[in-house]
Design a protein around this ligand. Structure first.
Ligand code: NDP
Length: 455
């Protein structure tokens, strides 16, 4: 460990913390600790592992406010959102506390004996997570990984490591044995890369950009590591003229400006049936201009700053070259990586803002003529993570939901993430599913055993 990492507060640009920055040798040491802890952790009885995870969930809840304030300051997210996220962390760990005793196999009829399957843990699992929902996304991986009997090395994003570091302490407080949960704070290019290459790491679970996801899939191929990837999105929010336009317009801003747009599920392409576009925009305007952007620790704040100066520059580039700005909210001046919520309309489906993941508070409104064109436009992207369909015609809503190439959809709602339902993408949004009852499948191997009964 040779270096110091300076962690900034995006709302003030002030230094929030200075912590030791790990290097590849630290990753090797963390993997060795996780490997040493694995035999004893997998041997913990299912009921005892469940009890430990329940205690961890309770410990997170007991520290919810502390964790929420840390996350709000480090990631620049409104304190109300951060509280909700820490609640989800506890809920996720609690949900997977039910898994150790439900890792079921099957019996298969065969000749000459008995065949059945069991699910075995993989070993040491590397978890690489981004800065937008730091501890929440880590929990989606930690819950099923630990429940299945794996030990983990978690690498948070360098921009937002603080809640992960605190979480590792809480794991010990809850009674998890030393070495089961290890956190390494260091750069992706060295520490992340080392996890991907390490021969003693059995699997990488990654959330982040499609570009890095591609390099992880390629790197993992060298050791035939298991990989799950949750990558970018450019999700459509399809509003038909027969929808409840007031409800669709009232819900649209939080679906794209939530977390300042830094959300892989952001419904950043609002596809509106041309015959309803004027009425929709009239309803949308007050909802956008009313968004309160400001200090993440102010209870009234609905949107905070962007994560970094560099990211703000990238987001701002989408407003160059005469972008059709139709609506603009407010944002503070002065220090902090602020960016006002912005709606572009009408946007050509071929425009850069309509095709690339902006990951900031810029929505594009794209008109369409009919159902067939809505589906074609919605699917005309390399991504396929989430999306919404607003229509008063139930048959149409279901037809469109089946026709969309995306993993997580909602009808007359923009909510797509629940602890108990599967989450993940089609196409270049990644592969594998997190959350829900099947997530443990991705942290186990199926083993088939035959027992001869004939003498
Ligand atoms: P990255 O994909 O670069 O980072 C995500 C995680 O991967 C971080 O922990 C990062 O470490 C790590 N990482 C980076 N390079 C490597 C590597 N070569 N090997 C292993 N791990 C690595 O996302 P960014 O933070 O740079 O964001 C860029 C864009 O990605 C965003 O603008 C957005 O479009 C998209 N994105 C999508 C997310 C999603 O939820 N699907 C989440 C975040 C970003 P470190 O940052 O510490 O170097």
């Amino acid at each position: 460990m040779t270096d110091t990492l300076t962690v900034l507060e995006p709302a003030t640009e002030a230094v929030l913390a200075q912590i030791a920055r790990a290097d590849a040798a630290d990753v090797d040491r963390a993997v060795a600790r996780a490997k040493a802890a694995f035999p004893a952790w997998r041997a913990v009885t299912p009921a005892d592992r469940a009890a430990l995870l329940r205690r961890l969930s309770d410990t997170v809840l007991a520290h919810r406010e502390e964790l929420a304030r840390l996350e709000a300051r480090n990631a620049g997210k409104p304190i109300g959102d951060a509280r909700g996220e820490m609640g989800m962390v506890a809920q996720t760990i609690g949900y997977y506390a039910g898994a150790p005793e439900r890792l079921l196999g099957v019996t298969i009829p065969v000749a000459g004996g008995q065949a059945w399957t069991v699910r075995e843990p993989l070993g040491v699992v590397g978890l690489i997570v981004p800065w937008n929902f730091p501890l929440t996304i880590a929990a989606w991986k930690l819950g099923p990984a630990l429940a299945a009997g794996n030990t983990v090395v978690l690498k948070p994003a360098e921009l937002t490591p603080l809640t992960a570091v605190r979480f590792a302490e809480l794991c010990l407080e809850a009674g998890l044995p030393e070495g089961v949960v290890n956190v390494v704070v260091g750069p992706g290019a060295t520490c992340g890369q080392r996890l991907v290459e390490h021969p003693d790491v059995a699997k990488i679970a990654f959330t982040g950009s499609t570009e890095v996801g591609r390099s992880i899939a390629a790197g993992a191929a060298q050791t035939i590591k298991r990989v799950t990837l949750e990558l970018g999105g450019k999700s459509p929010n399809i509003v038909f003229a027969d929808a409840d336009l007031a409800a669709a317009a009232a819900a649209a801003p939080s679906a794209v400006f939530g977390n300042a747009g830094q959300d892989c599920c952001a419904r950043s392409r609002i596809l509106v049936q041309a015959s309803a576009i004027d009425a929709f925009m009239a309803e949308l305007e007050p909802a956008v201009t009313a968004i309160r952007v400001g200090d993440p620790l102010d209870e009234a704040t609905e949107m905070g700053p962007l994560i970094s100066a560099g990211h703000r520059k990238t987001v701002a580039s989408f407003l160059e070259d005469g972008a059709p700005v139709a609506l603009r909210g407010d944002a503070p001046d002065g220090p902090g990586y602020w960016f006002a919520p912005t709606v572009l309309c009408p946007v050509d489906p071929g425009a850069r803002a309509a095709r690339e993941e902006i990951f900031g508070p810029i929505a594009t409104v794209i008109p369409f003529a009919d159902e067939a064109e809505a589906v074609a436009l919605a699917n005309d992207t390399i991504y396929g993570l989430s999306g919404s369909i607003w229509s008063g015609d139930g048959g149409r809503a279901l037809r469109v939901a089946r026709a969309l190439d995306a993993g997580v959809l909602s009808i007359n709602s923009n909510t797509s993430v629940r602890v108990s339902t599967p989450f993940g993408g089609f196409k270049q949004s990644g592969y594998g599913r997190e959350l829900g009852p099947h997530a443990t499948d991705a942290y186990t191997e199926v083993k088939s055993i035959f027992y001869a009964t004939q003498t």
